[in-house]
Design a protein around this ligand. Structure first.
Ligand code: FE2
Ligand code: FE2
Length: 192
């Protein structure tokens, strides 16, 4: 099937590949495939799902110095400096994607911004990318099959599942938790 769109997917894929290790590029391809599957299942925009899934980790292998200089020069919230790549590659990653890949669609950019922390209010595309990243076919963590089952049955339940398990993991590791992750957890899970 020929899809009419504004994105040259072949070119986009090559650009993403040029910035990533083979291992992470393959993860991006699998995330894009899973995002398409979730979009089809939930009546979402299949093309935006593919593009957002493909580019979501575009900036993941940038140096800390590069992120720090963008945070400072572009006047992002200085509190971001207290965190690291795990948070930066989403929030600041969207900046690189916009300026280097020429993707200006705010829906796609927001899905990238929210893909590690989720958000109290999420669009369908946000949820699709958040979950596709978590359950793509190469993932192999304990309970991944359960996570897949829950997500395929109900996307919102999947979001709750991931937020709960990620927060547990962060608490166990005694990692500093980015406030938005907690806000997301409170909105989606606490009290439900
Ligand atoms: Fe990521
Ligand atoms: Fe990812």
């Amino acid at each position: 099937m020929i899809v009419k769109n504004d994105y040259n997917l072949v070119q986009l894929q090559a650009k993403v590949q040029s910035q990533l290790s083979q291992y992470r590029f393959q993860h991006c391809l699998r995330t894009a495939d899973k995002a398409v599957e979730l979009a089809e299942l939930n009546q979402g925009d299949v093309l935006k799902a593919r593009v957002a899934g493909l580019v979501h980790d575009y900036a993941k292998e940038r140096s800390d110095a590069e992120f720090i200089s963008v945070i400072k020069q572009e006047h992002f919230d200085p509190d971001l400096l207290n965190y690291g790549n795990a948070i930066w590659h989403g929030v600041i990653g969207a900046y690189f994607i916009k300026h280097e890949l020429g993707i200006y669609d705010e829906e796609i950019l927001n899905a990238v911004r929210n893909h590690t922390t989720a958000a109290p209010q999420m669009t369908l595309l946000d949820k699709i990318v958040f979950m596709a990243d978590y359950i793509e076919d190469g993932r192999d963590f304990m309970n991944v099959d359960e996570a897949r089952q829950v997500t395929l049955a109900d996307l919102d339940d999947g979001v709750r599942y991931q937020l709960t398990h990620t927060l547990e993991l962060l608490l166990n590791k005694k990692t500093k938790i980015y406030p938005k992750t907690i806000t997301s957890y409170n909105a989606w899970v606490a009290g439900h």
